[in-house]
Design a protein around this ligand. Structure first.
Ligand code: GSH
Length: 305
C-alpha cells in the first residue's frame, strides 16, 4: 500500500490504516463531486481516493497554478485543503486591543499560534467589506477552520469550545458565561476610557474603579474563597480565568493598587500569569497589544468612522 504523504495526513488527520484502498482513477473527480454533490468522492465518506486526490491537486497546482480553473468542485477541495494546511487562524483587525484583544488572549492561552492582518486605513476595511468577508461589515474577523468568523463573542465562544476552555457540561458553561459576560461589561467600560473627552476622563476613571471594586471584583473574590480552588469554574482552567486575568491587568493599568482589597484575586493573578502559555503571552514581543494611547486615536477614528 502506498504511504500517505505527511501533507495529506495534515489535511485530513487520517492515517493510511484508517482509509480504504483506492477505488477511483485519477480522472473524472470533478464530475463525480458535481454529480453526487457530496464532500467526498465515494459513499459520502472519507476514503483513500480523497487522500490521493488532494495530494495530486496540491502537487499539480504547485507546478501549474491555474490548472483547476475549469474544475470548480476541485477548486473548492483545493482551497479547503490549503486552509486546513495553513492551520493558523488569521485575525483581521487594527493593531490595537479593541474587540480583538480577548480573542488574542484566548488563542494564546490555548497555545494556538495565530497570524494577524492589520487594518491600516479605511480602504483596508472597505476592501474586506466589498469582497464579502465581513458578514455584518464589521471587524473583528477571524479566518479559522475554513470560516470567516465575525462577532467577537461568537469567535471567542468557538475558540473556547474548540480548545476545552468552556466547562465540562451545560451548567459549567452557563456559569462561565455569566462570569464572562460580567467581565466583558467591565472590560468594555475600561476599553472606552481612552475615547473619553479630556473633561470626562476623571469621572470615567472613578466609575471604572467603583464598578470594579464594588460590583465585579467582590463576586470573583467570593467565588474563589467559597470553593477554595485555583480556577473559577469546575476546578479547571477555563476561558473565564483567561478573561478575568486579562481584565484584572487592564484594571491595574487604570489604578495600580486596584486589587489591594482582594487577596484571592491577587493570588489568582499570580497563579494564572504563570501558566506557561500565558506567561509567554505576557512577555515583551508577544502579540499582546498595549493600551490605546491618545496618539493612536486619530488613526482608529479614521478607519472606523
Ligand atoms: N458586535 C460586534 C461589534 C463589532 C464592531 O463594532 N466593530 C467595529 C470595530 S471595533 C467596526 O467594525 N466598525 C466599523 C463599522 O461598524 O462600520 C462584535 O462584537 O464583533
Amino acid at each position: 500500500m502506498k504511504m500517505v504523504q505527511p501533507r495529506a495526513r495534515a489535511i485530513f488527520g487520517h492515517t493510511a490504516r484508517e482509509v480504504q484502498p483506492p477505488r477511483e482513477g485519477p480522472e473524472g473527480q470533478n464530475l463525480v463531486l458535481k454529480q453526487h454533490g457530496q464532500d467526498f468522492l465515494v459513499g459520502n465518506k472519507f476514503s483513500w481516493a480523497d487522500v490521493q486526490l488532494i495530494e495530486a491537486i496540491l502537487a499539480v497546482e504547485e507546478k501549474i497554478p491555474a490548472v483547476l480553473s475549469g474544475f470548480p468542485q476541485l477548486q473548492v477541495v483545493g482551497n479547503q485543503a490549503r486552509r486546513n494546511m495553513s492551520g493558523k487562524p488569521k485575525l483581521h483587525y487594527c493593531n490595537a486591543r479593541g474587540r480583538m484583544e480577548s480573542i488574542r488572549w484566548l488563542l494564546a492561552a490555548a497555545g494556538v499560534e495565530f497570524e494577524e492582518c492589520f487594518l491600516e486605513t479605511k480602504d483596508d476595511l472597505t476592501k474586506l467589506q466589498k469582497d464579502g468577508s465581513l458578514l455584518f461589515q464589521q471587524v473583528p474577523m477571524v479566518e479559522i477552520d475554513g470560516m470567516k468568523m465575525v462577532q467577537s463573542r461568537a469567535i471567542a465562544n468557538y475558540i473556547a469550545a474548540k480548545h476545552n476552555l468552556y466547562g465540562k457540561d451545560l451548567k459549567e458553561r452557563a456559569l462561565i458565561d455569566m462570569y464572562v459576560e460580567a467581565i466583558i461589561d467591565l472590560n468594555e467600560l475600561i476599553m472606552t476610557h481612552s475615547f473619553q473627552p479630556a473633561d470626562k476622563k476623571e469621572q470615567h476613571l472613578a466609575t471604572i474603579v467603583d464598578k470594579a471594586t464594588n460590583r465585579y471584583f467582590p463576586v470573583y473574590e467570593k467565588v474563589l474563597k467559597d470553593h477554595g480552588q485555583d480556577f473559577l469554574v469546575g476546578n479547571r482552567f477555563s476561558r473565564a480565568d483567561v478573561q478575568l486575568l486579562e481584565t484584572l491587568l487592564m484594571a491595574e493599568e487604570c489604578k495600580p493598587d486596584i486589587l489591594a482589597k482582594f487577596p484571592l484575586l491577587q493570588s489568582f493573578k499570580a497563579r494564572t500569569s504563570n501558566i506557561p502559555t500565558i506567561k509567554k503571552f505576557l512577555q515583551p514581543g508577544s502579540q499582546r497589544k498595549p493600551p490605546i494611547q491618545e496618539k493612536d486615536l486619530p488613526k482608529l477614528m479614521q478607519i472606523f468612522h
